[in-house]
Write a protein that binds this ligand. Structure first.
Ligand SMILES: Cc1cc2nc3c(=O)[nH]c(=O)nc-3n(C[C@H](O)[C@H](O)[C@H](O)COP(=O)(O)OP(=O)(O)OC[C@H]3O[C@@H](n4cnc5c(N)ncnc54)[C@H](O)[C@@H]3O)c2cc1C
Length: 441
């Protein structure tokens, strides 16, 4: 019997260091490669108040998918790009093409994981292979069972820091030929709008990483990483990591090479330290599943915040009384990227100053960020809202102090027009009050 495989690409849009693709290449006679374009579902729409992904996010995604399609073409393969839900597409492929093998990432996201579980249940004869394709470690390397994941990042880091990080594997030599599929692939628009310095795809990812390590930026990363708007102040690896255009193992291999040439210091160590935060949130998402999206997070208490539509709109549009927050939000809306410091400040503002339900902020980020990653995004929001990892008191940032520290000349605020006329978080207009004329006696 012919072995027919489906490779469901999601957040692993690359051919290099892709163990799962190697596995598929060895196991099946014919291979269908498929990608399902993400949509804004009902939950996301409700919380983000957006009906579609930002053009910056779509643009980066389309470029990355397009680049993968080109790479697969070099193997005489075809990437089917479909604008329908993964479950519908995969069921159709399995039934219509007598698929025997399915390959996909070991997802951090609950919804994608559910798709796999349903397929495994409905089609028990299909062999489903899943691997964490975007992590530094395998599950078997972790020093604890997943459900015993340390409740703080520090503890996790201490436990994994000395583990061996495997070298990245090379690209497959060849891939099985495609099985002809009558489904027509959608043509993703690659508009000419150049939103940012980020270009999607594996080629651009490798070029960016090589460029980063060809400079001396890594040797002073720890001192510069909090800057709000400088191209190489931080690595800017996140958009490509989020879509799997480059693997974290590849980045670590490049970092080691850099250290051999230029020496190891606190800054080069800190790049790995931050990648361990990413790693932690991946396993955290796997461990807590739906709790990642719940108001109370993994804690027993719901925060004392609510939802105010107008405050949320002010925050989204960068019209709050806080210039630094406005500048960061305008940067996000224009480019799809915001620095880590910026994210901490706008999240603190939403949670503490505006007293909004943190999930609205997380959902808005999901629709806008070109580096959106389910685990890092929702995990960081929970952490800052005090309902996630390491629940120690409040993580409120003093916005004036932070402005003095990170934008003393207000050049970032001016560049992104953070100064607005808004002075209060709630609009109180006399005309809105229903004062009734006094009744005549
Ligand atoms: C509220 C909030 C939401 C966030 N949402 C996302 C998201 O959707 N996707 C995402 O990739 N990161 C997210 N982050 C983490 C962090 O802000 C970005 O990874 C970082 O700003 C990306 O820029 P960089 O690549 O230059 O990071 P660098 O400072 O150069 O760090 C190197 C890499 O380490 C990882 N990293 C750094 N900081 C963190 C962190 N706090 N948590 C997890 N990984 C980290 C990233 O992969 C990053 O590319 C979020 C942080 C906050 C506070």
């Amino acid at each position: 019997m012919k072995r027919i495989g489906v490779y469901w690409f999601t957040h692993d849009l690359r051919v290099n260091d892709n163990q799962l693709l190697h596995k598929a290449a060895q196991e099946v006679d014919e291979l269908i490669c498929v990608y399902c374009v993400p949509k804004v579902g009902a939950y996301l729409q409700r919380f983000s108040q957006q009906s579609q992904l930002s053009s910056a996010r779509q643009h980066f995604l389309h470029q990355s998918v397009h680049d993968l399609a080109l790479s697969l073409k070099r193997y005489d393969q075809t990437l089917l790009v479909i604008e329908r839900s993964p479950i519908t597409v995969l069921k159709h492929l399995i039934e219509a093409h007598h698929v025997t093998h399915l390959y996909c990432d070991q997802f951090a996201g609950y919804d994608e994981q559910q798709v796999c579980q349903h397929l495994a249940q409905d089609y028990p004869s299909v062999s489903v292979s899943q691997l964490p394709n975007n992590t530094l470690f395998d599950e078997s390397q972790l020093p604890c069972q997943l459900h015993h994941l340390p409740s703080t990042f520090s503890q996790f880091r201490r436990e994994v820091e000395s583990l061996e990080i495997m070298l990245p594997c090379s690209r497959p030599v060849q891939l099985p030929p495609p099985e002809p599929v009558p489904l027509s692939s959608v043509h993703l628009s690659l508009s000419n709008t150049e939103h940012t310095l980020f270009k999607g795809g594996e080629q651009a990812a490798i070029a960016h990483c090589q460029h980063y390590f060809s400079t001396q930026a890594a040797s002073c990363y720890k001192e510069t990483r909090n800057a709000l708007d400088e191209p190489l102040s931080s690595t800017k690896f996140s958009p490509w990591l989020a879509l799997g255009c480059v693997s974290p193992k590849t980045i670590i291999a490049m970092l080691r090479h850099y250290e051999q040439q230029h020496g190891q210091n606190e800054s080069t160590y800190w790049i790995q330290f931050e990648l361990l935060w990413r790693e932690y949130f991946y396993w955290y998402a796997r461990c807590y599943q739906t709790k990642l999206f719940q108001f109370a997070g993994i804690s027993k208490h719901r925060p004392l915040t609510s939802f105010y539509a107008s405050r949320f709109r002010q925050w989204q549009q960068g019209h709050t009384p806080y210039p630094i927050v406005n500048a960061c939000m305008k940067q996000l809306n224009a480019t799809g990227y915001m620095s880590n410091r910026g994210r901490q400040l706008v999240a603190s503002c939403l949670i503490h100053e505006l007293q909004l339900d943190w999930r609205y902020g997380a959902a808005y980020f999901e629709t806008q960020l070109i580096d959106y990653d389910v685990a890092s995004n929702w995990g960081n929001w929970q952490y800052l809202a005090g309902v996630g990892a390491d629940q120690r008191g409040s993580r409120q940032f003093n916005l004036d102090k932070q402005t003095e520290m990170y934008d003393p000349q207000q050049s970032f605020i001016n560049r992104w027009q953070g100064n607005t006329t808004t002075t209060s978080i709630d609009h109180v207009d006399m005309a809105d009050w229903p004062i009734m004329p006094k009744e005549k006696s």
